[in-house]
Ligand binder design. Structure first.
Ligand SMILES: Nc1ncnc2c1ncn2[C@@H]1O[C@H](COP(=O)(O)OP(=O)(O)OP(=O)(O)O)[C@@H](O)[C@H]1O
Ligand SMILES: [Mg+2]
Length: 452
């Protein structure tokens, strides 16, 4: 047994005990009182009928007759004169009967202490009372009924207490056993063992709780796996440029090296270190977003002029590759609530990809559409495209389609992961469409209600 089971058990037990006791007390009082009253009424009726006879025929034979009748029954009768001296009796006068004679009328109140209950019926001659008919009945029948009742109550009480204990035992097992199982499971979870299996075939709240813990376990396992993969790829990402740096630095150290060559190596070193620090910065950025410690400062922004200004920033790179950006904007102004700095980063990352993964002389189309409930922004290039099997992964951290080529062009595979993180934090969605060799579209969508 455990603490919870004992608590639930005790609570149930006490409640049931209280209910049973109240019920028994109520029944007990009612039954006994009714019984005494019934007996008294019957006695009174019998006495009254004797009295009626005696009022009509007050002679001694009738009195003897009445007494004779009662001597056969389990009741007794005393016939007294007006001053309560006993004339005839079906039983010998005893002290309890004498006490009764002193009192004015019927009494059943004292049935617990007295061996009798009794009634008195005055015999009248016109207005004048000429005697009394006292009827007595022993209380032993009531007492025995009460003791029978007590026995019953004791029996029922014992049985129900036993039943309660059994019920409580099973109930607490049914409730607390799964709880204990879940407690063990969560303890194992926090100790880092995610292979928790909680088989609970029940469709109540406990079952739901079990299912949530099971889900938590598999989520945690997934997270752990993801984290391991992520760390492995970061290590890989860092190792390659570091090997280069070490190699070039060793070469550049050689004293016999002509100055022109050394400066060449130093340039490569500087390039490699700046790409490394860019990688570290991006990772740091993502980590900050994960902690949700970056806060978004939204402003109402006219999206067309915002996009125009951002495209302006990459004009030099565009011109380098003889590329151009085509605007496909609606005529009316389109407003969105966005964090300017963050959204600029999103746009630049996407444009950077579109430029990097396109041939010279191609175009990038930026399309804005305001629909009933949403605003869509699509960036479409005419570049090399993304193979279908890689399309679902391009938003993953450190994912690149062509590792060697991307390394050559300096990509780390974090750009789109950052885009996704920012857009989703602002309540929007982002997806990619692509056909190999024809081009790629990155489509961002904001619901208007979310005022992203
Ligand atoms: N417009 C595009 N056309 C073709 N391939 C793309 C395009 N955009 C992304 N990709 C592919 O998706 C991968 C992931 O893109 P992402 O922007 O996340 O990383 P990256 O460009 O390699 O590096 P980073 O942006 O961090 O410098 C890229 O390596 C590239 O293979
Ligand atoms: Mg990129």
């Amino acid at each position: 047994m455990n603490k919870l089971a004992i608590k639930i058990g005790l609570l149930f037990f006490i409640i049931i005990l209280i209910v049973e006791t109240c019920l028994f007390l109520f029944l007990y009082r009612n039954l006994v009182n009714t019984r005494v009253e019934e007996e008294l009424t019957a006695l009174q009726i019998r006495g009254d009928s004797h009295r009626d006879v005696l009022e009509k025929h007050g002679d001694e034979t009738t009195m003897e007759h009445v007494v004779l009748m009662e001597s056969e029954a389990d009741t007794d009768v005393l016939l007294t004169a007006a001053d309560k001296t006993v004339l005839y009796g079906s039983a010998d006068l005893n002290s309890d009967m004498e006490k009764a004679l002193m009192e004015p009328s019927a009494s059943g109140e004292d049935w617990k202490n007295s061996p009798y209950i009794w009634t008195a019926s005055p015999v009248r001659d016109g207005e004048k009372v000429k005697g009394y008919v006292y009827m007595f009945k022993g209380t032993d029948s009531i007492q025995s009924m009460i003791s029978r009742l007590n026995d019953h109550f004791l029996f029922i009480g014992t049985v129900s207490v036993l039943l309660t204990i059994i019920a409580v035992f099973f109930l607490s097992r049914i409730v607390t056993k799964p709880l204990l199982k879940m407690k063990e499971a969560t303890e194992r979870l926090s100790a880092g063992d995610f292979t928790v299996k909680l088989q609970m075939h029940r469709n109540d709240e406990l079952g739901e709780l079990g299912a949530s813990i099971q889900k938590l376990a598999s989520d945690l396992e997934h997270l752990k796996q993801e984290r391991n993969e992520f760390l492995a790829s970061i290590a890989h990402e860092l190792r390659t440029p570091l090997t280069y740096i070490k190699g070039y630095a060793d070469v550049a150290k050689r004293p016999e090296l002509p100055p022109a060559e050394r400066s060449n190596y130093l340039t490569i070193l500087s390039e490699q270190t700046s790409s490394l620090s860019r990688l570290v910065e991006d990772l740091f950025e993502l980590a900050r977003m994960d902690q949700l410690s970056f806060h978004i400062e939204k402003e109402k922004t006219e999206i067309r002029s915002f996009l125009r200004k951002t495209v302006e920033q990459v004009q030099a790179v565009l011109a380098d590759k003889k590329m151009e950006v085509v605007e496909d904007f609606p005529e009316d102004k389109v407003y969105l609530f966005i964090d300017l700095a963050r959204f600029e980063q999103v746009t630049l990352n996407i444009l950077d990809n579109a430029i990097r993964y396109s041939e010279e002389n191609s175009a990038i189309t930026v399309k804005v559409r305001e629909e009933h409930h949403s605003v869509k922004i699509a960036f479409s290039d005419e570049g090399i495209g993304i193979p279908e099997k890689d399309l679902p992964h391009v938003f993953d951290r450190l994912y690149r389609v062509d590792k060697s080529r991307s390394r050559h062009s300096g990509g780390t595979g974090l750009g789109l992961a950052i885009v996704k993180e920012i857009v989703e934090a602002a309540g929007g969605t982002v997806r990619a469409e692509s056909s190999l060799g024809k081009g790629t579209s990155i489509i961002i969508e904001f619901q208007k209600e979310s005022k992203a």
